[in-house]
Design a protein around this ligand. Structure first.
Ligand SMILES: C[S@@+](CC[C@H](N)C(=O)[O-])C[C@H]1O[C@@H](n2cnc3c(N)ncnc32)[C@H](O)[C@@H]1O
Length: 230
């Protein structure tokens, strides 16, 4: 089992890693051979995007353990400036071990979803979104020091899917031809309906992990473009 990164941030402003974060880490670890088989070939330099990096635990885990491979550009992004700060600290605390011989760049970005990224450039996308059903997705707090950053981490509007659907509806413009995305859902998001919908649009969708966490049932699904340029 791969080690979990050390992390420590201000949990009044940044999402504290929880069962969802750890389920994502376990899913990515279980996909290691698959990811290496795609991205280790031909000296390829993949772009790894984590949307909503929070404490930085997920991007740091990928970077620390050379997932998907020992080279790449890691872009952890978040809408919360405190999360960018926390991610920088977590990355610094957990460098890859020397024997992995990595050639990587890590560049945390303050950004709303994928705004500003070049189309069809992302090879590995990871998202643990705000998935809790709520009346609406909260507005951005008016100032950096104001409260409300944690609500943005949790509340996902109708069916908990408003933010996730924005991403899914644009996934064909985001992923590269080799691209693969891992997205976390809770049962109230009705992930099986999402699977059917995305398969109807020509995606290959697989359930990677499913786990009961308190009163929630969490799952991680993998989305791939139907093979064209592999
Ligand atoms: C459930 S937390 C996950 C944090 C971390 N990835 C983890 O697994 O522990 C969701 C994160 O998404 C961020 N977020 C919410 N809406 C976003 C958006 N539109 N664009 C980028 N990040 C967003 C939140 O600030 C929060 O850090």
């Amino acid at each position: 089992m791969l080690a979990t990164p050390l992390y420590n941030c201000d949990y009044d402003r940044v999402y504290e890693p929880a069962e969802d974060s750890f389920l994502l880490l376990d899913s990515l670890e279980s996909e290691l051979s698959f990811l290496r088989s795609i991205f280790e070939k031909d000296n390829y330099f993949p772009i790894i995007l984590e949307i909503g990096c929070g404490s930085g635990i997920v991007t740091t885990f990928l970077h620390q353990h050379a997932i998907p491979t020992n080279k790449g550009l890691y872009l952890p992004v978040d809408i919360n400036p405190w999360a960018i700060d926390a991610t920088l600290q977590t990355i610094k605390k957990n460098p890859p071990t020397k024997d992995l011989q990595t050639t990587t760049i890590v560049d945390p970005l303050l950004m709303d979803l994928v705004a500003g990224l070049k189309s069809n450039s992302v090879d590995l996308l990871v998202f643990n979104p705000p998935y809790v059903p709520a009346e609406a997705v909260p507005n951005l707090p008016p100032g950096t020091n104001d409260e409300g950053w944690l609500d943005l981490a949790l509340l996902g509007g109708e069916d908990g899917l408003v933010v996730t659907n924005k991403l899914l509806n644009n996934l064909h413009n985001i992923l590269s031809p080799k691209g693969v995305a891992y997205i976390l859902f809770c049962a109230r998001n009705k992930p099986q309906e999402i699977q059917l919908r995305m398969e109807g649009h020509g995606w290959k969708v697989d359930l990677i992990e499913k786990r009961k966490a308190g009163w929630e049932v969490l799952s991680v699904y993998k989305f791939q473009k139907i093979k064209t340029n592999f």
